[in-house]
Design a binder for this molecule. Structure first.
Ligand SMILES: NC(=O)c1ccc[n+]([C@@H]2O[C@H](COP(=O)([O-])OP(=O)(O)OC[C@H]3O[C@@H](n4cnc5c(N)ncnc54)[C@H](O)[C@@H]3O)[C@@H](O)[C@H]2O)c1
Length: 342
């Protein structure tokens, strides 16, 4: 039985506490938060749970084997580092840290101490995203043309990170999981509509060495909630709509065929193919429960993290490069230079 302590019982922390309580191989023994009313709520929901406003007390509690961190992003790194140094396995909310350098430091600390370090890239544990990865890997889509995602709503304005770090972190983790290519450069633009607050609308373009283009549009100031991703391939195209209750993924047998006409060899003929659409059956287990069980099996040495430190570093490196580009009105920033500089 792995004994878990959760730091941060705000909006997302309660979901982690609930899921680690539901697994058969772990129990949540303590919760830490700075706000007394959140600790009171945790104590009411989970009789017998220890509560503290001092995260260090939880981290150094000898009865705790693993620490889960669901605080604002700026607190991820110091808490995760201290937990690893105290010999605890660590699961950190997305994005893993505020800089690539911090992610590298956590990866190094976990490796030296042979501890499990994971980041909560929740979507890679959903049936929908797993199905997309399977389709891309099997070659069913053919060669990938583009990855295009929109994640907008009237969202909670965060104060310590901009909309890219909050929302695009999801898209980048999904893209990294489903595409067999990594971006070589990024360009980002964004704007803030609240004085002295981070950007609340942003557009991110990702360039690849392969002939693929990716675009991510995120916005906390949209009148409707949209969570839609298009992935175009030479053979098939996927529409992933996370708002759809059941048919989240639709696979279209649509596309084009480019050929030369026999009479005019220099003229390109584009013909259109419109075949069937189907919506595959998806695994419906709650992503966080799948992830919690996976984290416990990684601690037991039975599995290797799907969203480990390196997956976290990849997302943070892209976000860091995007922030750098945003400051220069979208000037493309090479990814390698940022990772190397970190
Ligand atoms: N995976 C997902 O889908 C998902 C969804 C939402 C949020 N998140 C992530 O979860 C994290 C928390 O987001 P949220 O929306 O729950 O924020 P929140 O502000 O609602 O909650 C954070 C809580 O952490 C507490 N806290 C801050 N510093 C602390 C410290 N040093 N010790 C103990 N408690 C501390 C705060 O009092 C607060 O209650 C962020 O990293 C965010 O990116 C992930």
């Amino acid at each position: 039985m792995i004994r878990v302590g959760v730091i941060g019982f705000g909006y997302w922390g309660p979901n982690l506490v609930r899921n680690f309580t539901e697994t058969k191989d772990s129990e949540v023994v303590a919760v830490s938060d700075l706000r007394p009313e959140r600790l009171a709520l945790a104590a009411t929901r989970y009789r017998g749970i220890e509560t503290t406003d001092d995260a260090r007390q939880l981290i150094h509690n000898p009865n705790i084997d693993a620490v889960v961190i669901a605080t604002p992003v700026s607190a991820h790194y110091p808490l995760a580092l201290e937990a690893l140094q105290a010999g605890k396995h660590v699961l950190v909310e997305k994005p893993l840290t505020s800089t690539a350098e911090q992610s590298l430091r956590l990866i190094d600390e976990a490796a030296r101490r042979r501890l499990t370090l994971m980041v909560d890239h929740t979507f890679v544990y959903t049936g929908a995203v797993r199905k997309i990865r399977e389709q891309v890997a099997s070659g069913a889509l053919g060669n990938i043309y583009y990855y295009d995602s929109v994640r907008v709503n009237l969202g909670l304005f965060q104060h310590d990170v901009n909309v890219l770090w909050d929302l695009a972190a999801h898209d980048l983790s999904i893209m990294d999981y489903v595409l067999p290519y990594q971006p070589c450069a990024v360009s980002a633009t964004g704007i803030s509509h609240v004085p002295n607050e981070p950007e609340n609308v942003a557009y991110l373009t990702l360039f690849f060495d392969a002939n693929i283009l990716a675009h991510i549009h995120v916005n906390w100031l949209a009148p409707v909630k949209v969570r839609r991703t298009l992935i175009g391939g030479t053979r098939k195209m996927i529409v992933y709509d996370d708002i759809e209750p059941s048919e989240k993924i639709k696979i279209y047998d649509k596309g084009i065929t480019v050929s030369n006409t026999p009479e005019h060899v220099h003229e390109m003929m584009i013909s259109y193919r419109t075949g069937d659409m189907y919506a595959p059956q998806l695994q419906t287990a709650e992503a966080l429960l799948t992830e919690a069980n996976h984290f416990l099996r990684c601690i037991a040495g039975e599995e290797t993290p799907i969203s480990g430190g390196h997956a976290g570093l990849q997302v943070v490196s892209l976000l860091e490069a995007a922030s750098y580009s945003m400051k220069q009105r979208g000037r493309p920033v090479e990814i390698k230079s940022i990772v190397a500089a970190a």
